[in-house]
Design a protein around this ligand. Sequence first.
Ligand code: FCB
Length: 459
Amino acid sequence: MTKRAFPPGFLWGVATSAFQIEGAPDADGRGESIWDRFAATPGRIADGSDARVACDHYRRWREDLALLRELGVNAYRFSVAWPRVLPRGRGAVNGRGLDFYDRLVDALLEAGIAPLATLYHWDLPQPLQDEGGWGSRATAEAFVAYAEAVGMRLGDRVRRWATHNEPWCIATLGHEQGEHAPGLRDPALALRAAHHVLLSHGWAVAALRRHAPAAEVGIVLNLVPAYPASPSEADRDAARAFDGFFNRWYLDPVFHGVYPADAVADRVARGHLRGPELPFVHDGDLAAIAAPTDFLGVNYYTRAILRSDAIPEAENAPRTLRAPPPEGLTDMGWEVFPAGLHDLLLRLQRDYAPASLLVAENGAAYEDPPGAAGPILEDPRRVAYLRAHLAAAHRAIAEGVPLAGYFHWSLLDNFEWGHGYTKRFGLYRVDFATQARVPRASARFYRDVIAANAIALEP
Ligand code: FCB
């Protein structure tokens, strides 16, 4: 066994999001979110479920904190639910909603666990959707007021903030593919929504800096490296187009203050834009979006392999055009491709040079093998996934990438959006009938990695 040590002070964490774990939609004055509405709409969620209970984390958070301690993480990424803080999206702050995160942050700090708070992990207050949602510039303004409210309450203790989680999913899955709330299918609207999300990011960076001057602020993007299926020019162009649509549409404005011209041209060609002028971009927007940040959070799950004759009308999911062996897919149908994480981190460093990087999510959905029973559930595929991705991350660090931390998705099985409870990502299994949490072997594996600040590679 060879050991690979991580840098001293490396952040080891797990990630969760409010809507996926909290439940308690009516507690302490919380308002309705677009995901409450979406999940209540028949046919939207694969198993017909909703997140009214989810992991009951709003009530059981102390129990979940004990799991964090058991893992030995020194960091925890969670999200704040906007509808708890501003039940109508704007206006009067609901202090009781903030109290929940206030207590959580204090308890984390007492346990020596550094909080990383995400302001927006998709749960827009429904009243804002009723006024146009992310399609409306006013929502970006409302987001800043929300950021102010949270920053004012928690900014003295939370030292790491992410504005948004995965703008691509907000825009494309929510407004173009209709697979996520608000369930719309309008490509032109999706581009406008993406812009307002990015704009609100830039504005919120400034707001957070006012209330938490010493804090690190960044954004979390889901990035899918694109590989051509062959070296042919046509396949390489297909990969370029996918990369432009999926990755550079967000990276370029945030780091270079510009939308990628080739991807804009692709959208014009598809009729989603009238011309290269983006009508929703006002003077000063791109400068605001490119506000300097302290880290880029990367959510990495898989890659895409692109073939020219298969450029889809709308690329909604990473697509693998050569079928990999069945054991090479997770239950999401995503190819396991650890080298993609290494390649992606190097590329980000080369093309964008963020001040630092965090893997803000990485993980795998696997059903437990039949007959698996407690006290520890064997999940060898998740252990292998975790080990291989940590090895890839380590390789990137050794090659000079300023990767400062890794957050595994997720602590617990939870409400996996349109898939309901059918996809299990947890280091801990949740029995949704009893709310019992049972550790998987991957939790033990991760605990040992954290304790050693190193991974042992198999020979
Ligand atoms: C990411 C989301 C996260 C979870 C994982 C599996 O896109 O940020 O909430 O659903 O995928």
